[in-house]
Design a protein around this ligand. Structure first.
Ligand SMILES: Cc1ncc(COP(=O)(O)O)c(C=O)c1O
Length: 439
């Protein structure tokens, strides 16, 4: 242990609780899926994203079983934006998911991974017309977001001299706040029906699906029941009034993962609905509101619920300092450049072993030369030295895809497969990858 100049700190009695003093409690994680965390950083470097195939598969199987045992015609679409590392997408496709994409880039990624157009759901508010045309020609499921896009599709239908099967995105009040009303056509004010009417009059598009993505990290399964009921009502009206056959409904994503939302004090274990509760809400509402001979196919585009807990970020202590107010600030090698979601979630932060000494209130800062680079503002930690490896989780959803090449290179990503073998699924960036295509 190095000598450290003594400081006098105010004892913060507010830190105590009925569960006792937090001075000795340490959260420790020596391994991920049986692989030692120090071995991982020694072999592959730090910081390092780590994913475990077993956790992905377990989550997928639990959710799929919850739905398929209640409703046989169900298919999952892997939400690329949640995590589009090739190997992660391959795992979901191998498990049976089609692809759900929201841009031309994600569409091309899915095609490059061998997914056929017919197995791609194309969402998103911005679909460049030339890419939309390719997706139409390749038979993708196009989910229309707004009237400009509807217009583009009618023009493409005319150019290709075909009728194009399409779905529309529908937004609605499901009793949650804030209501997601940005995407698609509104249910309550009849915008959705008006769009269908317009489509019907022109005769160039054939409506065969309805989609609703009601939000993300949805803590109330009942909201899905309400969304499903509204889609089923709309389906009945459309089929009666316009003669279209709505072959499928798609309830989007949004099921919560076991992250701890900032400002929410109950543990995620208590507040997050189970897979069975989500499945009950959706499938019961389909059965209760079906007015057709045939039940529709059900799609889900679950992202975070399936991948978040399978992802960890290993980050090492680089140093520490005392701020003028006496608080200890650790300098870590990973910061908000890699943990975009640290704005909303309190991560689970675990030490690689037990450390001597009492806990003190500390701050975890990242490596960026930016004052905002804070992973955790207040955390009780024992004295740590350079090289201590912290496991930060769950970080499997959105953190990699939203991570920035900013100030430092983006790190490597390792997968631990079901046999416990580790392999790099994305190399650490270098000057060539960053400078690629610059003049
Ligand atoms: C259309 C659509 N589908 C699926 C998802 C995945 O959502 P989540 O990761 O919350 O399950 C999103 C994310 O916002 C989305 O916009």
């Amino acid at each position: 242990m190095h000598y450290e100049k003594p400081t006098i700190n105010k004892i913060d009695f507010a830190m105590g609780s009925k569960y006792g003093s937090p001075v000795k409690t340490q959260k420790i994680r020596t391994n991920i899926a049986g692989v030692n965390v120090n071995d991982l950083t020694e072999k592959y470097g730090s910081p390092l994203f780590v994913f475990t195939e077993q956790e992905i598969e377990d989550k997928y199987n639990t959710l799929y079983e919850a739905f398929s045992t209640r409703y046989s015609d169900v298919e999952f679409g892997w939400s690329y934006k949640t995590n589009y590392l090739n190997e992660i997408c391959r795992i979901f496709h191998k498990l049976g998911s089609c692809a759900e994409v929201v841009s031309e880039f994600e569409y091309q990624k899915a095609r490059a991974l061998g997914i056929e157009g017919k197995d791609i759901i194309f969402n998103g508010p911005y679909k460049p017309k030339e890419d939309l045309k390719i997706a139409v020609q390749e038979g993708a499921k196009i989910h229309i977001d707004h009237l400009f896009e509807l217009n583009d599709l009618e023009e493409i239908a005319e150019e290709l001299n075909i009728q194009i099967p399409v779905a529309i995105r529908v937004n609605m009040d499901t009793g949650i706040y804030p209501q997601w009303s940005r995407f698609g056509f509104n249910y309550e004010n009849n915008e959705a029906l008006e769009a269908v009417e317009r489509m019907h009059q022109n005769g160039k598009l054939i409506l065969n699906g309805l989609h609703a993505h009601i939000g993300t990290f949805m803590l109330d399964a009942k909201a899905y029941g309400m969304a499903t009921e509204k889609l089923m009502h709309l389906k009945a009206i459309i089929e009666n009034q316009f003669g279209y056959e709505i072959e499928y409904i798609d309830l989007g994503g949004g099921f919560a993962s076991k992250s701890n939302l900032k400002g929410v004090y109950q543990s995620s274990e208590v507040i997050i609905p189970t897979a069975d509760e989500y499945a009950d809400a959706i499938t019961n509402a389909i059965y209760d509101n079906n007015r057709s001979k045939k039940l529709p196919k059900l799609y889900l585009e679950t992202g975070r619920h399936l991948i978040d807990e399978a992802g960890y970020l290993l980050s090492s202590v680089w140093g520490y300092k005392r701020f003028p107010d006496g608080k200890k600030g650790y300098i870590m090698d990973a910061g908000v450049n890699l943990l975009y979601t640290s704005n909303w979630y309190n991560f689970n932060i675990e030490l690689d072993k037990r450390y001597e000494g009492e806990n003190e209130l500390s701050m975890l800062n990242g490596p960026l030369c930016m004052n905002i680079d804070i992973i955790e503002e207040n955390i009780m930690l024992p004295p740590l030295n350079r090289g201590t490896v912290l496991s930060i989780s769950p970080v499997g959803a959105y953190n990699y895809t939203q991570s920035m090449q900013f100030i430092r290179y983006k790190p490597a990503v390792v997968l631990i497969d079901k046999e416990g073998n580790t392999r790099v699924i994305k190399e650490v960036d270098d000057l060539d990858t960053v400078n690629y295509k610059e003049v």
